[in-house]
Design a protein around this ligand. Structure first.
Ligand code: ATP
Length: 198
């Protein structure tokens, strides 16, 4: 059984993922998968061809991540190209994982921040959304990343809205409380699924 895990920036997805990991569940982390894909030989060839040779280091053949980040941050058309190189490969990995686990009794987690944005919900049996109140969200991100409210609001406005996300959820974990409360909620979900209550 595949549980999709998503939520807005700073809602607590990684924290929930860690709880799942501590329970012995397999977590397939989209950020990690995308990072690995970026360093694969085929991706690097495509980057050189479609974005420029300067984005791959001549000496050690590694991706010039900071240069690439600045380029796509400043030029949306370049971001589109990079996404068109990386996203299909990430999706293919999740599709293959879905064939393996969709009918399985083992519970696995697809940790994908933009799960609904890329329509990955159809490859999950159920989708869990981590939800947080907007003020607390800003407070926690400020504390974690030290970035200002303007940038946070910009990132939030580039994701689907909180209401839309919650409407699409099968299960909502509200994360406005303590870490202990969060852990209890996460464990209860797995407990309920294992007993067929969800
Ligand atoms: P992103 O979308 O940026 O990857 P995320 O959804 O993975 O973020 P986390 O990094 O898990 O969010 O949480 C954001 C911050 O809030 C972290 O510093 C985390 O330690 C903290 N946090 C998460 N849940 C709680 C909680 N219940 N109580 C206090 N702090 C929390």
């Amino acid at each position: 059984m595949i549980l999709g895990l998503t939520g807005g920036i700073g809602s607590g997805k990684s924290t929930v993922s860690k709880i799942f990991l501590s329970m012995g569940l397999k977590v397939f982390d989209a950020d990690l998968i995308a990072k690995n894909i970026l360093e694969s030989d085929t991706t690097k060839e495509e980057i050189k061809e479609r974005l420029g040779k300067e984005f791959v280091n001549l000496k050690d053949n590694s991706v010039e991540k900071n240069l690439l980040k600045t380029e796509v941050f400043n030029k949306p058309e370049k971001l589109k190209i990079l996404n068109s190189i990386v996203h299909p490969k990430v999706l293919k990995i999740y599709k293959d994982l879905s064939s393996k686990y969709f009918q399985s009794h083992e519970i696995v987690i697809f940790d994908v921040p933009l799960l609904f944005e890329v329509n990955l919900e159809m490859y999950c049996n159920k989708v869990i959304v981590v939800d947080i109140g907007s003020e607390l969200q800003i407070e926690r991100i400020k504390r974690r990343d030290g970035i200002n409210e303007e940038l946070i609001n910009k990132i939030v406005s580039n994701q689907i809205s909180r209401d839309e996300r919650n409407l699409k959820a099968d299960i909502i974990i509200e994360n406005n409380g303590t870490l202990e409360e969060l852990e209890i909620k996460v464990k209860k979900i797995i407990y309920d699924i294992e007993r067929g209550k969800i």
